[in-house]
Design a protein around this ligand. Structure first.
Ligand SMILES: *Cc1c(COP(=O)(O)O)cnc(C)c1O
Length: 376
């Protein structure tokens, strides 16, 4: 059997290139708490992303939790059921009730037309997700937030490096959150960041991620330990040197899929919007009724061939039992998100995906078209 192929694989520069960073850490004996690597990475990321105020975190989830705490969000927050579960979990960690709204027809993101009807006297914020790095309808969401005086916190975990004609996506909202988990486009093993609009907010967030300490004898708020350590930050610095090459390689994988999977009945490829810079973080396809296998049958068929595509995002967050109970759902809410969750499959995409492996994936998907599951 050929090597397993996972949905993603980190882009790791040669180990020898990482050793000097480790040596610096050993020499300085500073392992964490805003050391030199941490300081350099915050600055370098700010430059790369074109934003002023970056706060690094141990992971994206703690960043989300802290972002909500920093803006003192309580009550209810409107969000999307079509995301990774951490989006909604961050609300629960703050004692906030998630209110889910459906996604856009023919899209992946929260439908702005659904937001207004979900607003109550308790609503304090909107937490949209730039799903697969696809920009949300930022203007429409901002307009509603302005009318109802709501804050916006973007879960931009998928959007690293995505730019529209005016700059990085993470400049939007009251705060934007990134994840640098090993499965993301840019990684620090585990990691994340909050992008703040001003230095004052960044300073407050930096305190909250360090237990709320202002100085040795003063704390503000019940801050958490959300600090990124020096080894994490060092990997980030090294990764950043190779990010353009990694994104270019991802683009080629994306192109090859679009060529090789074109014209398969029932397999829908989704065009990306026109962007100044894309990150090719995911390659979602929709398995329609005309395809001979169901989405789950294709997923299994690929697994049997050692290819681990993923059903991002199935099930919907709102379908996990705790959320179902909490939001008193009966199970037919969010029809667009549900139909998408039942048809979507994210194919392997990463910079070092070998063309031969990609060809094999494409051939298997094509062969699914003349092989009924009963005959396998
Ligand atoms: C990865 C991810 C997160 C969580 O990030 P971690 O760094 O793994 O904690 C949050 N939201 C979305 C949409 C994600 O994909």
């Amino acid at each position: 059997m050929s090597n397993p192929i996972y949905v993603t694989q980190p882009f790791l520069p040669p180990l020898d290139d990482f050793v000097p960073y480790l040596k610096d850490i050993w020499d300085s004996k500073v392992l964490t708490n805003g050391g030199p690597m941490h300081e350099r990475l915050e600055k370098a990321l700010g430059e790369y992303l074109g934003v002023e105020n970056v706060s690094l975190f141990a992971n994206g989830t703690v960043a989300l939790v802290t972002a909500l705490q920093a803006l003192r969000i309580k009550g209810e927050v409107i969000t999307t059921p079509y995301s990774f579960v951490a989006t909604a979990h961050s609300l629960l960690w703050n004692g906030i009730k998630p209110v889910f709204v459906d996604i856009e027809p023919d899209g992946w993101n929260m439908d702005p037309a659904m937001i207004e009807a979900a607003i109550t006297a308790e609503t304090m914020a909107i937490m949209p997700v730039h799903c697969y790095g696809t920009p949300c309808d930022i203007n429409a969401i901002q307009e509603i937030a302005d009318i109802y005086n709501l804050r916006i916190i973007y879960d931009a975990a998928h959007a690293f490096g995505v730019r529209d004609e005016r700059g990085s996506l993470v400049r939007h909202g009251d705060l934007s959150i990134l994840s640098f988990h090993a499965t993301k486009v840019f990684t620090t093993f585990e990691g994340g960041a909050i992008i703040s609009p001003d230095a004052r907010t960044k300073k407050y967030i930096d305190r909250l991620k360090n237990f709320g300490f202002v100085d040795e004898t003063t704390v503000v708020g019940f801050g958490i330990n959300g600090k990124m350590n020096e080894v994490q930050a060092a990997l980030g610095l090294l990764e950043l040197k190779h990010i353009e090459k990694a994104l270019t390689k991802r683009k080629l994988v994306d192109r090859a899929y679009r060529e090789k999977l074109a014209g398969i009945a029932g397999l829908r490829l989704i065009d990306r919007p026109l962007l100044a810079a894309d990150n090719f973080a995911y390659f979602p396809v929709l398995i329609e009724a005309e395809y001979p296998l169901s989405r789950d049958e294709l997923y299994e068929f690929l697994r049997q061939n050692n290819i681990f595509a993923r059903r991002y995002f199935y099930p919907l967050i709102s379908d996990f039992q705790i959320y179902k109970t909490m939001t008193k759902q009966v199970g037919n809410e969010y029809p667009v998100a549900r139909a998408t969750a039942e048809r979507v499959l994210c194919l392997p995409i990463y910079p070092d995906l070998e063309p031969a492996d990609q060809n094999r994936i494409c051939e298997l998907i094509r062969s699914g078209t003349h092989e009924s599951p009963a005959n396998r």
